[in-house]
Design a protein around this ligand. Structure first.
Ligand SMILES: [Zn+2]
Length: 448
């Protein structure tokens, strides 16, 4: 019913006007209908506009968007026009029943190709079509075919039910310059304003480079199917159609690296051959993992080493700051030094003094005179001890001078002790025993 309604208003020819004459005009302009640039125009824009009035205009991409699986139903329009560039033209052949000749052309938008079979009276009329021309085809039929690999469709034009209009010459039509494995030129149509190579060969080159890189890193490519270790690739048309240009068929990817078939077998159930090997062979160790472990260990070692070095540096920095640019010293030496500096008098000095004078400082004095005396003495001794520490290398004169001083000191001490024993009657005599007194730590003082 609907089909009948559509067919009722169907036309079988373009109305170009009574006085139509084809042009041969050199141009450099974009064709409104095909969206492609022309170098020559055969029909003026005005004539075209009139001819296409009330018709559904479709470029190649629209054809694939409209005629879709599984039905591949013809566009439901009374009149529709398909625009494209003729990119291939087959040899003339005889139909199987030998009653007619036919040829096939491919209409392209530089990305997709749709095959148009021209036969019957249409062949007689249009067999002279030229590759590279932009054409408009009126109401082509949709021919659905079924092969082992699936369903597809071609357009066809037979007898007088269609019409082809040659609009002009494509400016940017060219062929891919890649040489195929068999030595022939690729021949895939390309838009020379954008590229000299077809998408397939551009992608092939990218894949080749990418797979090389992946091989180096020991990984496998995505789950692409393989056959006897040979990679397969699928090239599909928009909308998943399998028509034209060998789209949708698995073809051998000659550029892909070949893999060991046995290893590939495991990929049916495992993410990669290593995983399957590891599953079946408990002694198997993935070389990639071993390598990773090695790298990880090296990294850990490196970090530990660095940490040690940093600790050393921190110690060095601290000691330098705290010790006011003194030489770097060990912790042991540092502690010993600390102890010594906390003691007012060195052991050697106290040996000579015969007792620990600082002790008196912390004792409650019974006698003011004695206290003053002892403080004065302590100060004197302290000065002396400081002087001694500073002059590590004493001259002979200095040594003699010191000996004299010590002698005086001892004499003074004797006198002082005598006085002391008088003022403190009950106090027992202190034994001349050297004693280390820590000025800073108070807990030791209590136990004394
Ligand atoms: Zn190519």
């Amino acid at each position: 019913m609907q089909q009948e309604k559509l067919m009722a208003s169907r036309v079988y020819t373009f109305d170009l006007g009574d006085d139509f004459k084809p042009l041969d005009e050199t141009v450099d302009e974009k064709d409104f209908y095909s969206g492609k640039y022309l170098s020559k125009r055969y029909i003026s824009k005005e004539v075209l506009e009139k001819a296409f009035q009330g018709m559904k205009l479709m470029r190649v991409e629209h054809v694939f968007a409209k005629i879709t699986p599984p039905e591949f139903q013809a566009p439901q329009y009374s009149n529709y026009v398909v625009f494209g560039i003729i990119v291939t033209k087959s040899e003339t052949k005889n139909t199987s029943d030998n009653r007619s000749k036919f040829l096939k052309i491919q209409l392209s938008n530089f990305k997709q190709q749709v095959t148009v079979t021209i036969l019957g009276t249409a062949f007689d009329k249009y067999w002279k079509l030229r590759v590279g021309d932009v054409v408009a085809i009126l109401n082509p039929s949709v021919y659905v075919y079924q092969t082992e690999k699936g369903k597809g469709f071609t357009l066809s034009l037979k007898n007088s039910e269609g019409f082809i209009l040659e609009i002009g010459r494509s400016k940017h039509f060219g062929k891919c310059k890649s040489i195929k494995k068999d030595g022939s030129v690729c021949d895939t149509p390309v838009d020379t304003s954008k590229t000299e190579y077809c998408d397939y060969h551009v992608e092939m080159h990218v894949n080749k480079t990418a797979s090389k890189r992946l091989e180096l890193s020991g990984s496998f490519r995505m789950f692409s199917p393989t056959e006897d270790g040979t990679k397969q690739a699928m090239y599909m048309n928009k909308k998943g159609s399998v028509s034209g240009g060998g789209g949708g068929q698995l073809v051998t990817d000659d550029f892909a690296p070949k893999y060991d078939r046995k290893a590939e077998m495991g990929r049916l159930y495992f993410s990669n051959p290593d995983a399957s090997r590891a599953f079946f062979d408990k002694d198997y160790s993935n070389p990639n993992i071993m390598q990773e472990r090695k790298i990880r260990k090296e990294k850990t070692d490196r970090i530990a080493k660095e940490r040690k070095l940093r600790e050393k540096l921190i110690n060095l920095t601290n000691s330098t700051v705290l010790k006011n640019n003194e030489y770097v010293e060990s912790q042991e030496l540092k502690e010993t030094k600390q102890k010594i500096t906390n003691v007012a008098f060195g052991a050697k000095i106290m040996n000579k003094i015969g007792f620990d004078p600082t002790r008196r400082m912390f004792e409650k004095p019974n006698n003011d005179e004695g206290t003053i005396k002892s403080i004065a003495l302590i100060n004197e001794l302290k000065k002396e001890s400081l002087k001694k520490e500073m002059n590590l290398k004493a001259s002979v004169e200095e040594t003699l001078e010191k000996k004299r001083k010590w002698a005086t000191n001892e004499k003074n001490l004797k006198l002082y002790r005598q006085g002391d024993s008088i003022t403190k009657k009950s106090k027992p005599k202190l034994k001349p025993k050297p004693k280390m007194v820590e000025l800073s730590s108070s807990d030791d003082d209590d136990s004394e």
